[in-house]
Design a protein around this ligand. Structure first.
Ligand SMILES: Cc1cc2nc3c(=O)[nH]c(=O)nc-3n(C[C@H](O)[C@H](O)[C@H](O)COP(=O)(O)OP(=O)(O)OC[C@H]3O[C@@H](n4cnc5c(N)ncnc54)[C@H](O)[C@@H]3O)c2cc1C
Length: 429
């Protein structure tokens, strides 16, 4: 009997975890033919993108190559960008793969499936703010993180010569904006050790602009307050309760008509589904470009198509959608893994149950803050400092365990820590 074909599109926090686990369980033995499609050749866990952007981690050391990983973990990697899906023919269409110069390397292709999983993640939401797309970097993909990194390197080079102030503006004081702001301060304090002798922290202004009256608006008051105290201490300029009306090449124009000048502009507010879903006529797509799924993560009206992570809208019994977070994508991948095994054995699939373990925000070397969910009686509790940092790192460790198995993941992490001793702490090229 020929093996059933499973195609997973998107090798991020959810899709890659699913491909790896199913691959080791059924792919290596040939019981299931698994293809993982991603437009990128390298996987970096998305919560680490701001670290790539500022150069705290180097993708050539910490990135995972899908092709090599797939070979060892029982799935086939297909480089390509999803364009369209045809549920009647049970096939997807991939865009041609082009060189940097725009020449076609691989023509547009069709891939057939028995089961399809959409795990394309999300993009930042500019809420149609004029000028945002043209002038801002959206920190939502590896390419964009690399683009920011290059701009930062250029700015440091210039700053070392001119010693004129460098102004960086970030819209959105959610976890991404806050973590990026703190990392930028850490980097500017460290560049002297790498030969940028004329630069000190006084040369950097980081503006963090947030429409809500507090930073980290989704998190409990105490977490926001502690994080804000750290940002105040290191000199981040907070603009709270400020709405950006327009972005120009000069900076951000607020609703009061003020200009917050910035030479590097980042948009880190809001999340919506991938752009490509705007043209997915056969599937139920929400106004925020997410695909609607039922409790078992099946796309509504399509028995053989599933979706998980940021690109999916799953409404919980509480009436709230599953939040766009790495822990949610990871849990969805785990449920879908078990459901796929059940489905292949003609057993019933189980509904997804979301467990909120709390939220953690890294403030670079300055601190980490967050809340952990306790039991029903004790509610959530606040954590800070080394313990919070440890918990923050455990999230990544959990992701690595899905990709490599827990033992190999542990060895991998120890090896990475040891290697970091003799590698430069910053990637400044
Ligand atoms: C800077 C930053 C920091 C964050 N920090 C945290 C945090 O601390 N804690 C937390 O819980 N969450 C955090 N998040 C959110 C978290 O990263 C996401 O919720 C999570 O990664 C979603 O997982 P996913 O599998 O749905 O998609 P992703 O991890 O985004 O993966 C999507 C994959 O799909 C691929 N893809 C996209 N479009 C196509 C296409 N058309 N064709 C083929 N492939 C495609 C992409 O290349 C990518 O590999 C952060 C996000 C960012 C951007």
């Amino acid at each position: 009997m020929t093996a059933k074909k499973l195609v997973i599109v998107g090798g991020g926090a959810g899709g890659l975890a699913l491909a790896s686990k199913l691959g080791r369980k059924l792919g290596l033995s040939g019981e299931l033919d698994i293809a993982l499609v991603d437009k990128s050749a390298i996987h970096i866990w998305k919560p680490k993108l701001h670290e790539v952007a500022v150069g705290v981690i180097d993708q050539s050391n910490e990135g995972l190559l899908y092709r090599d990983h797939g070979l060892k973990n029982g799935y086939r990697y297909v480089r390509g960008e999803l364009l369209q899906c045809d549920p009647m023919q049970k096939s997807i269409q991939l865009a041609p793969v082009l060189t940097k110069e725009g020449e076609t390397l691989i023509e547009s292709r069709q891939l057939e499936y028995d089961y399809l999983v959409l795990a394309l993640g999300g993009t930042s939401n500019s809420f149609n703010t004029p000028g945002a797309e043209a002038h801002c970097i959206f920190l939502d993909s590896l390419d964009n993180a690399n683009h920011f990194h290059q701009k930062l390197l250029d700015a440091l080079l210039q700053l070392n010569e001119t010693q004129e102030k460098l102004s960086i503006g970030i819209v959105g004081a959610g976890a991404t904006g806050v973590e990026l702001a703190a990392e930028l301060h850490h980097v500017i304090e460290s560049v002297k050790e790498y030969g940028y002798l004329n630069i000190s922290k006084h040369h950097l202004d980081v503006h963090l602009i947030e429409a809500s009256p507090k930073i980290l608006p989704q998190l409990p008051e105490k977490v926001s307050a502690r994080a804000q105290a750290v940002l105040d201490r290191i000199g981040i300029r907070l603009h709270l309760g400020v709405q950006v009306k327009e972005v120009t090449s000069e900076g951000f124009v607020t609703q009061d008509g003020d200009l917050i000048a910035a030479s590097i502009k980042v948009w880190a507010a809001g999340v919506k589904g991938p752009k490509v879903f705007q043209h997915f006529d056969p599937l139920p797509i929400t106004p925020r470009n997410q695909v609607e799924v039922d409790a078992c993560m099946r796309v509504k009206g399509h028995e053989d198509i599933y979706a998980l992570g940021d690109c999916a809208q799953l409404i919980l019994d509480s009436g709230k959608p599953v939040p766009p977070r790495a822990q949610a994508a990871d849990q969805m991948a785990e449920t879908l893994y078990r459901n796929m095994l059940n489905r292949l054995k003609d057993k019933a699939e189980q509904p997804f149950v979301y467990k909120d373990y709390g939220s953690l925000v890294s403030l670079s070397r300055f601190s980490a803050v967050g809340n952990l969910m306790g039991n029903l009686r004790s509610g959530d509790f606040f954590i800070e400092g080394h313990f919070a940092r440890l918990m923050y790192m455990s999230l990544y460790q959990r992701h690595l365990s899905s990709l490599y198995g827990w033992f190999s993941a542990l060895v991998y992490r120890i090896a990475q820590r040891l290697l970091r001793w003799q590698r430069p702490k910053l990637k400044l090229h």
